[in-house]
Design a protein around this ligand. Sequence first.
Ligand SMILES: [Zn+2]
Length: 534
Amino acid sequence: MPSLNTLLLVLQAATSPAQAPQLAAFKQEAVRDVASRAQFTQQMVDQIFSYAELGFQETETSRYLVDLLRKNGFTVREGIAGIPTAWVATWGSGKPVISLGSDLDDIPQASQKPGVACHAPLIEGAPGHGEGHNSGQAVNITAALAVKKIMEREHLPGTLQIWPGVAEELVGTKAYFVREGVFKDVDIVLFSHVDDNLATSWGDISGNGLVSVLFSFQGKSAHAAGAPWRGRSALDAVELMDIGWNFRREHLRLQQRSHYVIPNGGDQPNVVPPTASVWYYLRELDYPHIQEMFALADTMAHAAAMMTSTTVLPPRILGSAWPGHFNRVIAEAMYENIKQVGLPQWTEADQRLAHALQRDIGAPDSGLATRLDTLRPALKPNERTGGGSDDIGDVSWNVPTVTLRFPSNIPGLPGHNWANAISMATPIAHKGATAGAKVMAMTILDLLMRPELVTQAWDYFRNVQTKDIKYQPLIRPQDRPAIELNRDVMARFRPQMRRYYYDPSKYRTYLEQLGITYPTERAADGSCTGGATP
Ligand SMILES: [Zn+2]
């Protein structure tokens, strides 16, 4: 930040205590306003649930959100970083620039009727919101509109920016947003993500960063029975690479996670596969270890090519994520707001759905969270055991960032699964999103009214977080977003899915549109039909 700005911030900070009663009043007003928008929030959650789009193919979802934001006075730029479903919406002017992000995309084969506590796909094999990414934009947009109303009336300076985590399940875009300069003038990023509690944290995440890489092999086709000696199988190379990796895995650090799928294993058995490819997620705790794994996988690929007399093409990076590190100052301020908002009031029906599902899938029968999570302090290096990734990590190493987790889901579920979709268009998700929006609105107001917070957040960012570790993107200059991913799958299912798009002009909720009794449990005969559908 320029020094003039810093000076201004110091001057404003000096007047801050006098603003304390006003800030408290604005927060109360914002909380009431968010509560009054509960139906608006519910409609967004249900609408995006019904679109159920996979990463890079969030066309209906993005069109809907872009329209909604424009109607509410935001200026929207589309096609960010060459990604058709990416956009950045802004409103307001001047500093601070508060940036709100949340993911959009869903999970393959996770189609599920909401409110039904057993496996009942809406459409067999179709994608579904089995992670709950249909709820975060509702949190951010509801909060932004409540704060915008106060900013307009009070002539508060500041800019609100809203953006989607496109293709988060592919960790496919946020590093490109960084490269594109989306966060260049941003002071603070507030990210929101679905969870089963209302929480935030600071310091290193317990999970991993990763690089997502496609290894493709080129062989020679031949009649697999008539002249197999004439052929060189690219699939053999894929299999040998995987075998090599699985042996080597024993001698990798315990913190690593690595997994693969074979998107191209050949065409049909009587043709020696001339091309084949394997897609790896290589996860580790930090940039040097991720790069080490990538180099090792590359060695395996070359060795497999040598064994099979095939060639390996240059590896293609399909996605990447730095391991996240969240800002202490903002997390602590946010947690004060979390304590004030508290968990939603769950009804007996909400708890019944949660218990029924937990029993059905063999998870601990805890019901929904009724006690707030504590503010988790920074993990010590030996407490970081590895796990999932989110490319918000890239953002967090460029701008002070925190993630608000809000209680729209049920504890104890496997993740990336139909079970995680069940609560996501029910009162559980709706109330969780409203609770999240309240915290988000209060935290934005903190940042607008207490400029010293922004200064202190940057102080932590510069002098603690990035003192020894500097961001270097995992994407290389030649890499481009893998925007073609999921195109075929969405094209296959979209015609069937259209029949299930939510129509809020006709139905108060999506459950009502689907004719589902809330909650629906497995029938006495053990079947799971999951109630009516249109
Ligand atoms: Zn997610």
